[in-house]
Structures are given as structure tokens and as C-alpha cells.
Design a binder for this molecule. Structure first.
Ligand SMILES: Cc1ncc(COP(=O)(O)O)c(C=O)c1O
Length: 462
């Protein structure tokens, strides 16, 4: 039994959760014999077990026991249009009927690329991959090959997938030391800075002529859990240009969500390279690296031949998979032709306000904050003198912003599940354009009840 499980043994929250989720408990027993921790993605780790989902529609999903949840996990952020969007599903069905893997170029990849370019004009060239991890891996390789330099600048807490270049500094190893299995030589080629620390960025550029590029999540780590603004993006742009390094926006989450053109359109900053995943493939596996033609030319056979410069090799069995292409094209077309991104942002603003009202009413010194279609929960681990109505995330130390007591957040998640709401592992979430005022009201009521349950459990002062 791990620490969290031990803590939960006498919990009424856990008892109520077990009571409602017998079918999930049975599947969890089977899963533990098949998968490490019984799960298939680190973020799906819930103590004592997560719910197993049977189906989903719009903003809702139902578990194998028939319980309905308002979903704020949103397919890890992929579902700006909600689950099972009729236009996306129809496009997928049509593509499926034509075949799933041609091992050849096909018309749908052209349509998909046009749909991206329509929203993101700086995507002069595009290379599809299967995941965001692959997209950032390629972005970094392109930056190094293009500049002839080796060092990568990153920011603490920013996530860019799980490949070796990105393993330190997301949840741990903030000193840049290698995580298990990563070669020290790879890890030491990253400079890890505090997010938003312009002076540190300037100094790093001034003393290190080997910086190939900067990659970061433009609105801040985890969609602005530790927020960053347009001014920071503009300064990075200026410094990258001055020092001949490439600016890479990891828009895997912000893409098509912050605005329909992503964070770069919100900030008015043109990065050299962009990475997209999640929404770009309409809820199916798929991603891409995009950006300046002269950089993506490093993947081009003819340019390599003409210039004598060695081409970067890039196979990938499922690159531009036709079914993902159909889903992505359909989703991006809906996003281009409706107010999906803005609608989701407006509903999220209303949710943030209502959850803060609950905190104020219950005199809980936490805060709900966020931008665009996201919300984050600050649970005030050091007891700072802040609360729901005087919380300024940029004034809070990084350690407090990122430090989320495991047991408390786990219990909050379980209490919310009992009350019909699925939050993300940080106690926040992402909205889709299908979340309604009723979902907001139901979520607010669920949050109120969850806070009462946490108080009864002694997790929160009454
Ligand atoms: C900002 C960011 N970049 C990259 C990734 C990795 O994407 P994938 O999970 O598709 O490999 C993620 C995944 O959550 C992400 O949030």
C-alpha cells in the first residue's frame, strides 16, 4: 500500500467512491495485472483506482457503472469540441470506410494541412507526427540542425512530452540532472530557467553562444497553471532574433484553444517553429511540427540534394494517418467557422467565478484562476495570506504554485467524482464549447459538496 492509499483507509470519501464504482474496481483489479500501476498514462493515476469510462457525449462521460460525469479532463485537452462531435464523427466514419493506412500520400493530408494553415498562417510548412512528444522531438532536432548549436533553453514545469530531451525539470530534476534512463550528456544540453524570468533569459543568452533555441508553453506551464504573458513572448522573440536562436512555441494545448489561431495569434508573436497535437487531430492520435519553410526544408529531399546539406530523416508509420487527418480537418473547420474557442473560454470564466464564490462562502483560502478555457486550483500549501478574491498568480512563488499536496488533491478528485465531476490530476480542467450554464451550475454544486466532504474528513478547517 502506498502513502496515499494508507492515508485513505478510513476515509468516508473513499468508502463512498468505492460504493459507487464497483465495476471500475473490478476492472482495476484486472488492469493491475497488466499495466504498471494498472494505468496507461501517468496522469490517469488515481488512488485507489480511477473510473473506467464506457462512453462519452459532448461535455459528459459515463463510467462502466452508469455514473455520469461532467468532464473537465477533456481527452487530455484534445476535445475543444466535446466528445463525439457529430461532424468529426461523421468525417471519421467516412474515412474509415475508405481504409485506415495507405502507406502513401493521400488527399486528406492536404486538406488537413490547409485547415491548419487557415488558422495558423506561420505554418509555412508542416510535418505530421503521431504525438506531441514526437513533434517536440523533431522541433528540437530541427533547431539544432538549423543553427548548428546544441543547447536548448527550457522552463521549469513546462511539459513537452516524455522524450529524453524533455525529461528533467517537469515535475522533478529541476537542477537539470538526468532522470532514470536518460544519458547525462543529453540532459546537460538543456538550460532550465524559472518561467518568466527575463533577466535569467538575457543572461543565459549573453554568456552562452551555443543556444539553438527556446521551447516553451506560451501561456505558461499546463495551460497557464504558472501563467506567462504576451510581454514575455515578445521579449523571447526579440532575444532569439538578436542571438540567432529559434523560438519554438509548444502549442500542443494552446493550439486552437487559447484563440482559434492559438497563443501566437493571442500574443501577436510569430515563432519560428510550432508544435501541435491534441485538438489538431480532432480527438484522434496525431500531431505536427510546423513553421518556417527554410527550417522545415531540412526534411526536404530536393533541398538537401540542391544544397548538399544532409537531410534529417523522418519516417513514421502513422504520420498523417488518413482517419486522424479526417478528424483533424473536420475539427479545425468547425473551429474556424464557429466561436468554439471563445465560447469555451467564456464558459470557463463563468465557472472560475462561481467556484471562487463557493470558496469565499466556505471561507476556504484557496483560489480558482486561469485564462481562456482552463481553470486551475490553488490550494495554498504554505498558508499564504491570499484567498479567492485577492489572488494574483504571478505574485505567488513558483514552489507554492506547483506544490499540490497529493492526498488532498486526490481526495478532492474523488469527492468531485462522487458528485459527478471529473477534474484533471491537478484539481483543475479544460472546457469544451459544449459545456453549458447547467454544467457550470452542477459543477459549482458538486464543488460545494466536495468542500463540505473535505471539511468533514478533516482535510480542511471548518
Ligand atoms: C504542452 C505539451 N507538449 C507536449 C505534449 C506531449 O504530447 P503527447 O501526449 O501527444 O505526446 C503535451 C501532452 O500533454 C503537452 O501538454
Amino acid at each position: 500500500m502506498n502513502d496515499v492509499a494508507a492515508e485513505l483507509t478510513n476515509s468516508r470519501i473513499i468508502a463512498a467512491y468505492r460504493e459507487r464504482t464497483g465495476g471500475s474496481a473490478e476492472l482495476a483489479k484486472e488492469a493491475i495485472e497488466l499495466f504498471p500501476s494498472g494505468i496507461t498514462h501517468d496522469a490517469r493515476n488515481v488512488d485507489p483506482y480511477g473510473v473506467f469510462i464506457a462512453r462519452a457525449q459532448g461535455p459528459h462521460k459515463w463510467d462502466v457503472d452508469g455514473n455520469r460525469y461532467i468532464d473537465y479532463f477533456g481527452g487530455h485537452g484534445a476535445l475543444l469540441l466535446g466528445h463525439h462531435h457529430p461532424i468529426v464523427t461523421a468525417a471519421v466514419r467516412e474515412a474509415l470506410d475508405e481504409g485506415t493506412q495507405f502507406g502513401a500520400s493521400h488527399p486528406r493530408e492536404i486538406q488537413w494541412a490547409h485547415a491548419i494553415q487557415r488558422l495558423v498562417p506561420s505554418a509555412e510548412r508542416i510535418r505530421f507526427t503521431s504525438s506531441g512528444t514526437e513533434a517536440t522531438l523533431m522541433a528540437v532536432r530541427l533547431a539544432r540542425a538549423f543553427t548548428g548549436r546544441q543547447t536548448l533553453m527550457r522552463f521549469k514545469g513546462h511539459f513537452h512530452g516524455w522524450h529524453d530531451q524533455m525529461a528533467s525539470g517537469y515535475t522533478n530534476h529541476f537542477d537539470g540532472s538526468p532522470t532514470p534512463g536518460v544519458l547525462p550528456g543529453v540532459a546537460e544540453k538543456s538550460i532550465l530557467l524559472n518561467p518568466g524570468d527575463v533577466a535569467a533569459v538575457r543572461e543565459a543568452f549573453a554568456i552562452n553562444p551555443d543556444i539553438a533555441g527556446v521551447i516553451y508553453e506560451p501561456t505558461g506551464s499546463s495551460f497557464g497553471q504558472v501563467p506567462l504573458d504576451a510581454a514575455f513572448a515578445q521579449e523571447l522573440r526579440r532575444l532569439c532574433t538578436q542571438y540567432g536562436a529559434l523560438l519554438m512555441f509548444d502549442e500542443v494545448v494552446t493550439g486552437f484553444r487559447a484563440t482559434r489561431g492559438g497563443a501566437q495569434m493571442a500574443f501577436g508573436v510569430r515563432p519560428d517553429l510550432l508544435t501541435f497535437a491534441k485538438i489538431v487531430a480532432g480527438g484522434l492520435p496525431g500531431a505536427c511540427v510546423a513553421g518556417r519553410k527554410d527550417i522545415l526544408d531540412l526534411l526536404d529531399f530536393q533541398v538537401a540534394e540542391r544544397t548538399g546539406r544532409e537531410k534529417i530523416s523522418h519516417p513514421g508509420t502513422f504520420n498523417a494517418n488518413p482517419v486522424s487527418a479526417a478528424a483533424g480537418t473536420a475539427a479545425l473547420t468547425v473551429i474556424a467557422e464557429t466561436n468554439a474557442s471563445d465560447d469555451a473560454s467564456a464558459t470557463a470564466a463563468s465557472l472560475r467565478e462561481k467556484l471562487n464564490a463557493v470558496l469565499a462562502q466556505e471561507r476556504v483560502p484557496w483560489a480558482v484562476y486561469g485564462t481562456y478555457s482552463g481553470f486551475h486550483l490553488f490550494v495554498n500549501p504554505s498558508g499564504l495570506d491570499v484567498g479567492p478574491h485577492n489572488f494574483e498568480p504571478t505574485k505567488i512563488p513558483l514552489e507554492d504554485m506547483k506544490n499540490q499536496p497529493k492526498t488532498l488533491i486526490n481526495k478532492l478528485r474523488l469527492a468531485m467524482l462522487i458528485n459527478g465531476v471529473d477534474l484533471n490530476p491537478r484539481g483543475g480542467g479544460l472546457l469544451s464549447c459544449t459545456h453549458t450554464a447547467t454544467d457550470v451550475a452542477d459543477t459549482t454544486a458538486a464543488f460545494h459538496e466536495a468542500i463540505r466532504m473535505l471539511k468533514q474528513e478533516g482535510e480542511l478547517a471548518s
